[in-house]
Ligand binder design. Structure first.
Ligand code: TZP
Ligand code: MG
Length: 224
């Protein structure tokens, strides 16, 4: 019902603040578990395991890494999402799934994952945002805001303006901005109405992932 949905929306938006996305290809050769622990120490609020690209793990090594990262998140109270791969999400007891427009339809996923799962959907137009909300998405991911080197098949950069446009159509739907974001360039995305910042390279490729996460967390005020 409407009350339940509003309550859950209020719970999701703060989780999106420092939304860290990573797979084994994103860490410049460092063990993903080490990078994740560092990032969480810096203030990550939500994690998505996204194992993509050349050399992406499959089979038992994929499952092993997913379990390892899942355990780190569980121990620190950071919700653990899986990109695209619903079977993997179910196999490791993930807290939720993120899907793009070209992946499994969100409506069926909500059914499959149950009401407690966190379901994120990428959206690029008011129509996609409206459909995501109707299908039971807890939040939408919007981008790429700026050019990104982390997703070869990304659409052209849309700039922060798309966030304000979608915010007008869906005033209550939590939104994570994504694509080329760093602590240095993210302020306009927040000003345009994003609830949070989803980043890969700003943390995963940072010299110091802990400091990089802390710099993003600091954009929301409070000291760290
Ligand atoms: N979707 C849109 S842009 C992007 C994804 C998965 C990649 C974001 O990575 P980065 O390194 O933060 O630009
Ligand atoms: Mg996808």
């Amino acid at each position: 019902g409407e009350l339940a949905r509003r309550w859950s929306r209020g719970k999701i938006a703060p989780l999106l603040r420092v939304y860290f996305i990573m797979g084994s290809a994103d860490t410049r050769g460092r063990p993903p578990a080490d990078v994740l622990r560092e990032a969480i120490a810096g203030g990550v609020t939500l994690f998505q395991f996204r194992e993509k690209g050349a050399g992406a793990l499959t089979g038992p090594p994929l499952l092993r890494l997913a379990r390892e990262l899942r355990a780190i998140c569980r121990a620190s109270g950071v919700p653990f999402l899986v990109d695209d791969d619903v079977e993997l999400a179910l196999a490791v007891g993930a807290d939720g799934v993120h899907v793009g427009q070209e992946d499994a339809p969100a409506a069926g996923l909500r059914q499959r994952l149950g009401p407690a799962a966190i379901l994120g959907v990428s959206a690029h137009t008011p129509e996609e945002a409206r459909r995501a909300a109707a299908d039971g998405a807890d939040y939408i991911g919007v981008g790429p805001i700026y050019p990104t080197g982390s997703k070869p098949d990304a659409k052209p950069a849309c700039g922060p303006g798309l966030l304000s446009a979608l915010r007008r159509y869906e005033p209550d739907l939590p939104m994570a901005a994504i694509g080329g974001l760093t602590a240095g360039n993210a302020a306009p995305a927040l000003a345009a109405g994003a609830d949070g910042l989803a980043v890969i390279s700003a943390i995963a490729a940072a010299e110091n992932p802990r400091r990089a996460a802390a710099e993003l967390a600091r954009l929301y005020g409070g000291g760290r």
